[in-house]
Design a protein. Structure first.
Ligand SMILES: Nc1ncnc2c1ncn2[C@@H]1O[C@H](COP(=O)(O)OP(=O)(O)OP(=O)(O)O)[C@@H](O)[C@H]1O
Ligand SMILES: [Mg+2]
Length: 304
């Protein structure tokens, strides 16, 4: 079977649950070794897409391939080569972390060593901890370790960090970065745009049954027709700058001056020239969030 070509390809994917249409022509290709983040509002069909790719759900129409195989008709070929971290799952609570990983490894023909798995997910110090004593963030990382046990080429991570505190999220991110460093292909879903920006080579936005946009986080941020915002402490403004601030349509309150412009370099140059030093300067370019919100609003709803 094909060992070249994309790790994941989705063509014309349609999925309905009874009368309810969820996916209506999804096109998506994920390269080998790539990390792709699938974004979209609640109910957009992200989990549905991932579960079809995992071979857990049949599709209604279209075609999907993972490492060249149809996951619905060839689950055995893919079982050892894909790792799955579901949106929600349970563990036997009475085992210790190391015991659970060992037990899980026994299902695979060429499992990665337990110590290495715990290292990748930064749980090496918890090897002897009872599973029921783990925090939510540690459990999620244990999910990763189990997903990685069979040394898969492709990992599916459905909302890997939902509900985590900032520190736990960062540890999860580093576990995902470790996966990527091992050359794994990763398809993850998330509602956190900073997470997508940080981890993903490319981001795809799913809404109204289709991929509305796909590209690097920077490419997608540029899609937003929002201006760059320049702001600085109001104490810097002097009367001779007021004409310039008026020209730039600045908003001034007693603390900060804020300018929104599509020509940020020119505006900054003029400001530095006439105002001088700009204390607490913040330059905020259009973000992935701006594009995301605009694309979701434009996509509207999928009419059944
Ligand atoms: N087994 C099912 N039977 C009927 N409808 C379902 C089933 N599973 C999901 N759905 C519906 O399909 C739509 C897409 O659900 P899905 O879980 O794929 O969305 P999602 O993008 O993962 O959402 P979230 O961000 O909330 O996780 C939802 O309207 C959901 O109610
Ligand atoms: Mg979901």
């Amino acid at each position: 079977m094909a060992e070249t070509g994309p790790a994941i390809s989705v063509e014309g994917l349609h999925k309905s649950y009874g009368e309810r249409r969820v996916l209506a022509g999804v096109e998506l290709h994920v390269g080998r070794g790539e990390v792709l983040a699938l974004l979209g509002p609640n109910g957009a069909g992200k989990t549905t897409t991932i579960e079809i790719l995992e071979g857990f759900r049949p599709l209604t129409a279209g075609s999907v391939r993972v490492l060249g195989f149809d996951p619905w008709t060839h689950p055995r070929e893919l079982r050892e080569r894909t790792g799955v971290v579901l949106q929600a799952c349970g563990f036997p609570q009475h085992l210790r972390v190391g015991e659970l990983v060992d037990a899980w490894r026994a299902y695979f023909s060429r499992p990665r060593p337990t110590a290495e798995l715990l290292e990748v997910v930064e749980l090496h110090d918890e090897q002897r901890t009872l599973v029921r004593r783990l925090s939510g963030g540690q459990r999620r990382r244990l999910d990763f370790a189990l997903g990685l046990a069979g040394d898969p080429d492709v990992m599916f991570l459905d909302e890997p960090t939902t509900g985590f505190d900032p520190e736990a999220r960062r540890r999860c991110w580093s576990a995902i970065e470790n996966l990527s460093a091992l050359g794994k292909t990763v398809l993850l879903t998330t509602h956190y745009l900073d997470e997508a920006e940080r981890l993903a080579d490319r981001v795809a936005i799913l809404a109204a049954g289709r991929i509305q946009a796909i590209g690097t986080p920077q490419d997608l941020a540029r899609l937003a027709d929002t201006p760059t915002s320049i702001s600085f402490g109001a104490s810097a403004t002097r009367s001779r700058a007021s004409a310039l601030l008026e020209t730039l349509d600045a908003r001034v309150d007693d603390r900060r001056v804020t300018i929104r412009t599509r020509a940020p370099s020119a505006a900054l140059e003029e400001l530095l020239h006439s105002v001088g030093d700009l204390p607490d300067l913040v330059v905020a370019p259009p973000t992935l969030e701006d594009s995301y919100l605009a694309l979701i609003a434009d996509a509207g709803a999928l009419v059944p």
